[in-house]
Design a protein around this ligand. Structure first.
Ligand SMILES: [Zn+2]
Length: 212
């Protein structure tokens, strides 16, 4: 913030909601990964739950938030996966009308509550991830009402089908099982293990040492 103090005399001030963005640094990456993880069937890349040493790293890097809000969820999903119940959310997320990101973010003062906002504009209801996106919409609604939102289009049947599997394979051309779903046991995982000269089936492949 030092630069802003120096520039104050010229009328330059930090952007609106900069305080929210600063606070979100402690949450966003965990929330985004949790979202990619549970919608891994609809992504074109693999996801997995971090190993214990990676969780420990996250706990150290995010001492204010990771253990308190995220670690137990990740451990629960890892346990479910180990017991043959890898979690996939069989809905699709609500998207923000402005940034088009799933409305997964949370309130600055309560990371357990979504910061979802909505407005009715000319008889139509629009949804937003945050106050920031909601303000942007209010400022120029005509620009954002026309946004093409993938999830909304999928549910309206405009992407070659109404079910996610058909859309993912026919519309997005994602090779099911090759490009999406869980990383452990995937073709990418097997290739990585063979490059590293390891046997398939081990979980050591995604450890931070290997990634480094
Ligand atoms: Zn947004």
């Amino acid at each position: 913030g030092a630069l802003f103090k120096d520039l104050e005399r010229y009328g330059i001030r930090p952007p609106k909601y900069q305080d929210v963005a600063n606070d979100a640094k402690n949450h966003v990456s965990h929330q985004a990964w949790a979202t990619f993880y549970q919608y891994g069937h609809a992504t074109n890349f693999h996801t997995w739950m971090p190993e214990k040493d990676e969780l420990d790293w996250l706990s150290r890097k995010y001492p204010e938030t990771f253990d308190k809000y995220y670690r137990s969820r990740f451990e629960y999903w890892a346990k479910e996966h180990a017991e043959g119940r890898r979690f996939y959310n069989n809905t699709l997320p609500q998207l923000c009308q402005v940034c088009q990101i799933p409305t997964i973010f949370t309130e600055k003062d309560d990371p357990t509550a979504l910061s979802h906002r909505q407005i009715v504009h000319e008889g139509e209801r629009y949804h937003f991830c945050s106050d920031g996106c909601c303000d942007i919409f209010k400022n120029e609604p005509e620009k954002y009402v026309q946004a093409w939102l993938p999830v909304h289009q999928i549910y309206q049947g405009n992407c070659e089908g109404g079910d996610v599997e058909t859309v993912v394979s026919k519309y997005y051309h994602i090779n099911i099982g090759e490009d999406n779903f869980e990383y452990i046991g995937s073709p990418d995982h097997k290739r990585w293990l063979s490059i590293k000269g390891k046997q398939t089936g081990g979980k050591e492949s995604s450890s931070s040492q290997d990634a480094a």
